[in-house]
Design a protein around this ligand. Structure first.
Ligand SMILES: [Zn+2]
Length: 425
């Protein structure tokens, strides 16, 4: 498994996720971040959508972005259906190349287009001729390739190569391959297709990353992936998962600055008005948050006990979280390391009892400020008393507001982690 390259499709498939629109400026920012991180090639959009989208793509194409700022130009591609006018619209944007796409499965050909396989090949010929007319390199993409008759798929790709495609794209558009099927499909295609095969795997059954790895192992050379896996429906192979899996599970370093993964994912998430799930592989904050006593104890002795890679490697930080499942070792460590307070064993034991009770009441771990409050409460010798709520009054007409189990922490403070002043504003 060597000589692979990535193509980021966040700005095209990622924007096709329901409810997502990137502005022109946001597209440029995402492209800049991707290039800065070391991604060599991106799909910037679908110019045939209209003038605004075409201008977005042209803005990215004209920006002169360099991969990691080291002189190698970022290769900017545009997406086009297999139509001459789509390809012409891409060429007008000044892109470096175009992805020409058409469905090849019978179900799409017959039920979506109401046409024949012959018609699909003719469309490809028309689009490829237009690309050649503009001197535009192109990748021939087969939408729904995974449900396409294998003989016809190979025929489509071979024609594409004859027409000048420098690579072909295998799309598991409905995410219906598993890694075993992916391997067999790609291994078979490799025998008759003389150009690089690029994988584009969707995630309906949660296997987009596994399928990408299986396809690469079978002989594919590239993955078209997106940040956070953002894309149509369940999305695509997350780029950060493919990069880290290749690096850590296969010893293949694609030269991507992985320390920027979280930063880039946060930008894409904000521009998409989406949150990054805390449990998201590679970039979710929970990967390096340790609460349970057994795990935290192991982490404090040696992070390799429960971390597959270091948080710094993906731009995250380790957190020792104190809650229902914590042990005294983690509590003592956290107080010493983060608050400069040495807890003796007796205080730590008594405090842990209170921590667990409060965590169960709140149904979550405790914020740092809450831990300090508990510590002060114990220090004042009121550890077993039901603490009063300092200065908090329920707002007029409010019957749902519950008192906090912690002194000085109002109900609203639970999410924000702030101290309640008692002012009702
Ligand atoms: Zn897709």
């Amino acid at each position: 498994m060597r000589d692979f390259w990535l193509m980021d499709i966040t700005l095209r498939d990622g924007e096709q996720a329901v409810g997502v629109i990137f502005t022109r400026w946001e597209k440029l920012q995402v492209a800049t971040l991707l290039a800065g991180m070391g991604i060599p090639m991106i799909e910037a959009g679908f110019p045939a959508l209209g003038p605004e989208e075409a201008e977005c793509v042209a803005t990215v194409a004209r920006a002169g972005l360099e991969v990691r700022g080291e002189g190698e130009p970022l290769r900017v591609y545009a997406f086009a259906r297999a139509r001459a006018d789509d390809v012409a619209a891409a060429a007008d944007c000044g892109v470096d190349g175009v992805v020409i796409s058409i469905s090849t499965s019978d179900v799409h050909i017959e039920r979506k287009f109401g046409r024949t396989r012959r018609w699909v090949l003719e469309r490809l010929e028309e689009a490829a001729a237009e690309a050649r007319r503009h001197g535009l390199p192109f990748i021939a993409s087969a939408e729904d390739a995974s449900r396409t008759d294998p003989d016809f798929l190979a025929e489509y790709y071979r024609l594409a190569v004859e027409l000048g495609a420098w690579a072909v794209r295998y799309c598991d558009s409905l995410g219906v391959n598993d890694p075993f099927a992916t391997y067999l499909h790609i291994a078979r295609l490799r025998r008759s297709i003389p150009v690089p095969i690029q994988l584009h795997m969707h995630n309906e059954f949660g296997m987009a990353t596994a399928n990408a790895l299986a396809g690469l192992r079978a002989g594919a050379r590239s993955v078209a992936a997106s940040i956070g896996g953002q894309g149509e429906r369940t999305g695509n192979s997350p780029l950060e998962e493919v990069v880290m899996a290749l690096k850590h599970l296969h010893g293949i370093d694609l030269g991507v600055d992985t320390a920027r993964f979280r930063e880039v994912a946060e930008y894409v998430a904000r521009a998409s008005q989406r949150a990054i799930p805390i449990w998201k592989a590679i970039i979710g904050t929970n990967i390096f948050a340790h609460e349970s006593g057994i795990h935290a104890d192991g982490i404090l002795k040696n992070p390799s006990t429960y971390e597959a890679f270091s948080p710094e490697e993906v731009g995250l930080t380790r957190q020792i979280v104190i809650g229902k499942h914590s042990g005294t070792h983690a509590l003592i460590h956290k107080f010493r390391a983060e608050f400069g307070i040495d807890l003796d064993a007796d205080t730590a034991t008594r405090m842990l009892e209170r921590v667990r009770a409060v965590a169960v009441e709140l149904k979550r771990p405790l914020f740092d400020k809450e831990l300090i409050l508990l510590y002060r409460e114990l220090a004042r010798g009121r550890g077993n008393a039901s603490p009063p709520i300092s200065g908090e009054r329920p707002p007029p007409g409010s019957s749902r507001r519950r008192s906090s189990p912690l002194p000085g922490m109002c109900e609203e403070g639970r999410d924000a982690g702030h101290m309640c002043t008692g002012d009702s504003t």
